[in-house]
Design a protein around this ligand. Sequence first.
Ligand code: SF4
Ligand code: SF4
Length: 332
Amino acid sequence: MKEEFILSKDLETELELKGVSRRDFLKYCTATAALFGLSEFEFTAGIARAMETASKKPPVIWLEGQDCAGCTIAFTQILNPPASSIILDTISLRYHETVMAAAGHFAEKAYEETLKKGGYVLIVEGSVPSADDRYCMIGGRPFRKILEEAAAKAGAIIAVGACATYGGIPAATPTKGIGLDKALPKKTVINIPTCPVHPDRLAGTILYYLATGKVPELDKFGRPLMYYRELIHDNCRRRGHFNAGEFLTDWNDPKQKEWCMIQKGCKGPLTHADCPIRRWNDGINFCIDCGSVCNGCAEPGFYAQMTPLYTAEAETLKKIYAQNEKPDKENT
Ligand code: SF4
Ligand code: SF4
């Protein structure tokens, strides 16, 4: 018989106050546990424990380097806050330059106190300039130094978005932005790429860490396997057209509207992410179903190696062509 998880009265009341039913909470925990290959009971218990021990809220420090704040916006503007974001309300965001209520010395004090205690979750958005520290100074100090200091006593380090993971757009600028994989070579960094970060992937990863105290299984680029195991190409609904050799070459031809966009620069065959299944904006849509190519923003090498974005001339496209020989015939 299936084990029934019993929530404490306090937790049930807290969820109720936030508009999340017991059923939705358990449903979310079950789905996330399954994705990470954990026992649903163990995962739910871990999350419930983390929520109930309010005094031990895991502190989070969120730093921003060379970024556009797009990942912050993506994470804070979920249309219909799901159980995950309600659960994350219980973590305490001690320092976030964009959204924290405190400012000036109060903000700095909160940061320093959290740093002193250690064991916090460090989330980083934005890249680190490698050409010259002066490209990114915060309060008169190089971002690189601030990052190294914050990473030293962190319990877990999570890089969010294309810039913090592998350099992103700033890597293609004179600042020669690098991701945490290069800026903190001796640390284990959980990379959650895409431009911007997908809120589900960040929420699920934080929750996994809270529930188990461990880093989830990562691929060779430091990405949680559960979100980045499969190729966009393998779950794309245009794949049948790829197999049939039907390629969109003219944006204005209605007959080609649903055809494969590889000749327009789609990097789906080399990009690992669950975007076609998870989708964006609370599951509404994603790039390819909106009529855009996949620009490979989940991969190291985005942006420089993926450009030009909408033609088949990018370096990455040459690799895709080489792998598939000729993508103008049956290729399964
Ligand atoms: S190349 Fe792009 S559009 Fe074509 S099937 Fe693959 S992912 Fe879909
Ligand atoms: S479909 Fe491709 S370009 Fe779009 S978000 Fe996913 S990885 Fe990035």
